[in-house]
Design a binder for this molecule. Structure first.
Ligand SMILES: C[S@@+](CC[C@H](N)C(=O)[O-])C[C@H]1O[C@@H](n2cnc3c(N)ncnc32)[C@H](O)[C@@H]1O
Length: 251
């Protein structure tokens, strides 16, 4: 994998990312992708499919800004799954953060969100998006208070947590059933870059004792329950469902 920056002035920051996330070591074993850093931030490209364009994390403008200002509110499925329709604003540990989209929706709805991501490239993209958001004049302070990232595997991190979050949120990768052309560009790149999270079943066993109120698992509608454990309730959307494992009432 090629890792490059647009101007030499940007090199120190790229070096910091390479060190923090071990990108250089990872790049040796990964072909077909490139990481490019310029004044818009860090972007990932799939080199054999340039038409897919850049994948990066932008919490400040575009879709994220729109969602923050005009998003679906506490009536949307993810909010109900986490328990926000009961007026609570829980601490949520998003143990499979990805690019932080769900985490950002939850933060926009009033949750404090701690993100865990173990894939070096995904974590670097997320870190870069958070860093740019932290320095934004409008949302910087709020982002710093409500969204933070820990790089590492939740298989280890969940057992080391010192305080109990109200909710642990899980959205591991699951093989897509649809033909690849139909799958959203980001999901296609993720499937190739990250692969299937075949060890995801174990996460429920780490998450359940840790959460004080509930564990929420996002699954495609055709996926089996995580670790074959039947949830307390389900909230369904068109293509996904949220399996909710309730431990205590939200207050
Ligand atoms: C489907 S994506 C999550 C998408 C995310 N919900 C979003 O809205 O952007 C799954 C992510 O979980 C990460 N992941 C899976 N198992 C993990 C673990 N044990 N610890 C940390 N991250 C994990 C994968 O690397 C991948 O980036």
């Amino acid at each position: 994998m090629v890792i490059q920056c647009a101007f030499k002035e940007l090199r120190p920051y790229l070096n910091e990312l390479e060190t923090r996330f071990g990108l250089a070591q990872w790049a040796q074993n990964c072909s077909g992708f490139s990481l490019h850093y310029d004044d818009k931030g860090l972007s990932l490209f799939k080199t054999d499919e340039p038409k897919l364009g850049a994948i990066n994390v932008d919490f400040v403008t575009g879709a994220a800004a729109h969602r923050r200002k005009f998003g679906g509110g506490k009536g949307q499925a993810i909010a109900k799954a986490v328990g926000l329709n009961k007026g609570a604003t829980p601490v949520v540990l998003d143990a499979t953060a990805g690019l932080g989209r769900d985490g950002f929706v939850l933060a926009s709805l009033g949750c404090k969100v701690i993100l865990h991501e173990r894939h070096p490239v995904v974590a670097a993209l997320l870190y870069d998006g958070l860093k740019r958001a932290y320095s934004d004049i409008e949302i910087g302070l709020w982002m710093k208070e409500n969204m933070s990232l820990i790089f590492g595997s939740s298989h280890t991190l969940l057992s080391q947590c010192e305080s109990m979050p109200d909710v642990v949120y899980l959205d591991p990768m699951f093989p897509h059933r649809e033909k690849s052309a139909l799958v959203k560009k980001e999901m296609r790149v993720f499937q190739e870059l990250v692969g299937a999270d075949n060890d995801a079943d174990d996460l429920l066993d780490f998450a359940y004792p840790l959460a004080s109120k509930r564990v929420v698992v996002k699954r495609p509608d055709y996926a089996p329950f995580l670790n074959e454990k039947t949830p307390s309730m389900q909230i369904k959307t068109k293509k996904n469902r949220f399996d909710v494992y309730v431990k205590a009432a939200m207050v």
